[in-house]
Design a protein around this ligand. Structure first.
Ligand code: NAD
Length: 336
């Protein structure tokens, strides 16, 4: 089987490409990516074929989809804050781009998996979030992800296109970049801790998230592709863990064996308060698969960060903030 991954040089995409290429049933893996947030280096040392280009280019899409048996569509402008800064750009890539990918798939009835987001639940406060709840996006990003999954399902109903829309929750793990304004919380925290800086918490830190290790996400998607799993509704891709941002900081302090200091800023516009997946549909479709536990996933992620040259001086967990003889060395210190 040959597989195309749009956004294949990005964080989740590159982890997925690496998972797919390791499977005996998979021949070629092609990553289509414009490298706007992804990087060719994420695929270095693999047999994954990188095609540099945009999902907005219909001719290019036509060419790359023609050579594959399945498509995983991950290319997007991810991030709520980026969509607040430029809603049209998010719409163009996330909504219009998805329709272009779907059109290329429709011509050959090519199986498609697409990435939606837990952000589509938005202001709906019920927990855990199950797929039959209403959707109330709080940001242009969330609206564009609702468009992504809605189009995929509509192409299934209208044209019989086989596909699956996954709602990712907070995915973390190796290859997820830190150190920029739109960085996700796990890499931001690890980066700050390794640089002996305070960790920025937006709001009181009691907001909760369902963190999913990227290796878990890659295995579920690979399984979906290999079995061409379909579903008439979107499927949450998370296993129902509910961890507050303060608890996350605590877990990281323990994993990294560093003292961590927090600094609070105002809550961010468009962020949801609580998030936790109902994983019933996922478990029903992928009965053999289980999730990598948070502690293990964080430990793998920290190991990856420490392997990067820019953190070389902090490989062994030493830090000016860390006093190895102190009983508080492993506990986050809450700055007011
Ligand atoms: P990412 O930024 O690392 O990956 C997106 C990739 O798409 C990048 O490699 C980027 O260069 C590429 N891209 C952007 N515009 C493109 C275009 N026009 N043509 C071709 N490639 C383009 O982010 P990620 O976290 O890996 O996200 C992957 C997908 O998962 C996205 O669709 C995102 O919305 C979704 N998602 C991610 C999370 C998460 O926690 N990371 C949560 C919910 C949903």
């Amino acid at each position: 089987m040959n597989v195309l991954v749009t956004g294949g040089a990005g964080f989740i995409g590159a982890n997925l490409c690496r998972e797919l290429i390791s499977r005996p049933a998979v021949g070629r893996v092609i990553a289509l990516d414009d490298l706007s947030t992804g990087a060719a280096a994420n695929l270095a040392g693999t047999d994954v074929e990188l095609v540099k280009g945009s999902i907005l280019d219909c001719d290019l899409l036509e060419d790359v989809v023609a050579g594959v048996d399945a498509v995983v569509h991950l290319a997007a402008r991810p991030s709520v804050p980026r969509s607040l800064a430029d809603p049209l750009a998010s719409h163009e890539v996330n909504a219009t781009g998805t329709v272009r990918v779907l059109e290329a798939c429709r011509r050959r009835n090519t199986y498609l998996v697409a990435a939606s987001s837990s952000s589509v639940y938005g202001s709906v406060t019920n927990l855990p979030k199950h797929e039959d709840l209403p959707t109330r996006p709080l940001s242009p990003y969330a609206a564009s992800k609702l468009a992504t999954e809605s189009y995929l399902l509509a192409y299934g109903s209208a044209f019989g296109l086989p596909g699956l829309a996954f709602r990712f929750f907070n995915v973390y793990g190796p290859l997820q970049p830190a150190g920029h304004a739109y960085a996700a919380v796990v890499p931001s925290f690890i980066d700050a801790a390794l640089r002996s800086k305070r960790l920025t918490v937006f709001g009181d830190g009691h907001q909760t998230r369902d963190f999913t290790y990227v290796g878990t996400v890659a295995r579920v998607i690979a399984e979906a592709v290999l079995r061409k799993v379909t579903c008439a509704k979107p499927v949450n891709l998370a296993y129902g863990t509910r961890v507050s941002i303060l608890e996350l900081a605590q877990h990281l302090a323990e994993t990294m064996e560093l003292a961590i200091e927090l600094h609070h800023e105002a809550p961010r516009r468009g962020d949801v308060r609580d998030s936790q997946a109902d994983d019933g549909t996922l478990r029903g479709l992928f009965t053999e698969l289980t999730a990598v536990p948070l502690q293990q996933g964080l430990s793998e992620t920290v190991k990856w960060f420490r392997s990067l040259p820019e953190y070389a001086s902090n490989r062994h967990g030493t830090s000016p903030l860390c006093d190895a003889n102190s009983s508080s060395a492993r506990a986050p210190k809450m700055a007011q």
